[in-house]
Design a protein around this ligand. Sequence first.
Ligand code: UDP
Length: 238
Amino acid sequence: PARKLKYETIMLKVSGEALQGSLGFGVDAVVMRAVAEEVKDLVMAGVRVAIVVGGGNYFRGANAWQGLDRATADYVGMLATVMNALQLQGALEGLGVDARVQTAIEMREVAEPYIRRRAVAHLRAGHVVIFGAGTGNPFFTTDTAAALRAAEVNAEVFIKATKVDGIYDSDPAKNPLAKKYERLSYRQCTNDNLQVMDETAITLCKENNIPVLVLNMLEKGSIMRAVLGEPVGTVVCE
Ligand code: UDP
């Protein structure tokens, strides 16, 4: 082992929107491969990697067509996350990385059902575990699913891999004077309307003392630097 890891077990949240790259829908093969390569580097360094994928590149419950009830729309959204989970599994396997998808909604022909102790065993064996179908419940988000699974598998950090390199006081894409935070408290991140993630997810992280790290997943090596304890992105903690 080359360098000491600050975090040995991590929860990586990859949003569907990030996976679509500049395509506007579905999965951009180049982005998917880049994510898989980052994860491979982490695994090679001895990090236990749990991943929750979003589904916004295919479907979002809140944005469904008018007339579809919200619970049904959310189930469609959860199925969308499974499409991403399977593709990420395939991308990882293509690089020789062992990966297992576990879904919160049973679909045994497609993936393992979520079984916590089994997920932990996979992680201990050095396999990447990808959690699909969110929490399995409508009215929740994949950020909340990631916070929940992070607590369940004892992840030491929740890494939110986005297209921005941290949390800003305003949208850096629109405001050139936007200021990046190095560190925020859980409270600040819910109060200031920064739209980091929903309150349920933040509350779960807070109650379980899991720091949230927001970083740019397209910046090569940034997740690895974070895992080694280097200052990357914005950290949300007590
Ligand atoms: N979803 C849900 N319950 C969950 C997780 C997700 O109902 O526990 C649904 C919800 O409709 C959501 C969609 O799945 O809009 C896709 O997830 P999300 O929007 O969190 O994906 P992301 O924004 O990360 O791509």
